[in-house]
Design a protein around this ligand. Sequence first.
Ligand code: PLP
Length: 401
Amino acid sequence: MKKHKHRQETEAVRGGTDLSRKHAPLATPIYQTSTFEVTDNEQQVRATGTDAYYTRYGNPTNSVAEGAIAELEGTDAALLFASGMGAITSSILALLKSGDHVVAQRDIYGGAIKFLSEWLPKLGVETTFVDTTEYEQHARAIRPNTKLLYLESPTNPTLRVVDLRKAAALAKQHNLISLIDSTFATPINVRPAEYGIDLVMHSGTKYYGGHSDLICGIVAGRKDLVDQIRDTRTTLGGILDPHAAWLLLRGIKTLAVRVQRHNLNALRVAQYLARHPKVKQVHYPFLEDHPQHALALDQMQGGGGVVSFEVDGTGADARRLTESLHLFTLAPSLGGVDSLVCMPALTSHLTVPAEQRAKMGITEQLIRISVGIENAEDLIADLEQALAVVSASPQHAEVGR
Ligand SMILES: Cc1ncc(COP(=O)(O)O)c(C=O)c1O
């Protein structure tokens, strides 16, 4: 764990840049180049593998963004990938070999489930999925060949919260590498490295980018592990393009203030939904009836911008509700300044078998909203009118009887 020089708001805006530069551009230049010139072959050899060699290995614009992320996460180093899935797959392929075993939470992003359960077995790596918050089950699943503990918190889409102290202690005790997908939390709400988690992964597409205009993946962590993953990234070729790295860097500058506003808006919206008679259940870590509410308060600065809820009605009612919203745009993804809505069973978890989806609590009535940074009252008014459409529908009246 590295020490933080500044507070989060300062790290977000100024992180990764050399503050002593004079007469240099304030904004980081985009090194939109595939290759770098050298003066002679000796310098060529020295440049190999640096960020001034060939952009599949690294790029100065990317390095500034990676430095800013490492500062925010409090880790030795960070790496950028062309997508969150690129970060997940490259990291796992870097760390595991045939014959190894993974223990993974049941509640994780659908793409990660597909990779662990369909792709890794082809390479001779098995995964045991365990109940997300049952740590004794995690311990029982560990075998002599287990190498990786794969975590996600809060989980997509049911917002379960992992006890980072327990998970990190378990990994240390059994000599496992711990990797957490911290996309929903962001380093503004929690820094898993501070709890001893080895690798922190993000879909940078979401809060880090923050404007729904780029696709990006991030892995931050211990230098020895990051070096191993960097080498694999170069071989698999999944580095982020420098232009997207620049957009990401611009997003990072407002990460702290955006997330603080997402936290406030999402809590207001979650409290409103929890009181609504047409809503059966709301999932949000900072609501008092959340199963890990005390843990969330202890571990997180805010509950994040994602809320999910079950409509008291049919799957058709839930679909109608999502189609009746005006300010919440019907689209997959999350974490941008614009509010979005989607049905997890039809988007993020469409490829997960129905039986497994049911175990994860992803029903036909479950709706996920990504609460943006608009005015919370306007967002609540939009939900109010859409919920009125649902309660007025004939199907809903039948279910209610
Ligand atoms: C929690 C989580 N992890 C990983 C991913 C994958 O990221 P990407 O779409 O950037 O590949 C997503 C995408 O929705 C996600 O929500």
